[in-house]
Unconditional design. Structure first.
Length: 221
């Protein structure tokens, strides 16, 4: 069985729609950060509800719920403040219901099993960091997000998957990123999807979000 894995949509509706079209009818798992940075938070959440996408809470999602941006840089904090002001109550309630972890046929969280919201795990993190995850979980497949950098780490028969970011890639490739995981063969494919960045950048300017958030989309960083 194949499933799609997404993360870090960050209110980027045009990117999300292109990724969904590419995914087709596969079941979808999301490792957090539905909102933040970009100008379509309500539209993105409505799609999550409509499609019943399995998701966990991200650190930007939590910041929108709590209003606490003390750990964010000024640009990210400005985007959170903007999102709080435009987010409909029903969609804030949806974020409030998201769990920190999903632990069923596979394990999923935003940061890491050790620190579900804040720990940044990169492709070149030491092996012992990855191996330590499995002291916290029973599954031999762990899905994370948060860094916006796609990778697959296989070690000692176990696997860690980061699908990269749908809405704000940071690996130098501006195309939206997601993964397809075959639960039988354990094969993982990282897929990239082009979308209309100009549309998002224009909307960022129209709603008054920081210009830097538009600029970085063109460079994938």
């Amino acid at each position: 069985m194949e499933v799609a894995i997404i993360a870090d949509i960050h209110s980027n509706l045009p990117a999300f729609l292109e990724v969904l079209e590419d995914i087709g009818g596969l079941p979808i798992y999301c490792s957090g950060d539905l909102v933040g940075y970009n100008p379509y938070p309500n539209e993105v959440i409505e799609i999550f509800k409509e499609k019943k996408i399995i998701s966990v809470l991200g650190n930007h999602d939590r910041a929108v719920i709590t209003g606490d941006t003390s750990w964010f840089n000024p640009i990210a904090a400005a985007a959170i403040d903007w999102t709080i002001n435009v987010l409909e109550d029903k969609n804030k309630e949806f974020l409030q219901r998201l769990p920190l972890t999903y632990n069923d046929d596979l394990y999923m969280t935003h940061g890491s099993p050790k620190d579900p919201l804040e720990e940044y795990i990169f492709p070149d993190s030491p092996d012992y960091v990855f191996l330590d995850f499995f002291n916290y979980v029973k599954s031999d497949v762990v899905i994370i997000g948060h860094t916006h950098i796609p990778f697959v780490k296989k070690i000692n028969g176990k696997m860690v998957i980061n699908p990269g970011s749908v809405g704000q890639p940071r690996d130098g490739d501006p195309r939206a990123s997601y993964a397809v995981f075959n639960t039988d063969t354990r094969k993982v494919e990282i897929r990239r999807v082009s979308y209309n960045i100009n549309e998002v950048a224009q909307r960022i300017g129209e709603v008054g979000l920081p210009e830097r958030l538009a600029q970085r989309l063109f460079y994938g960083f």
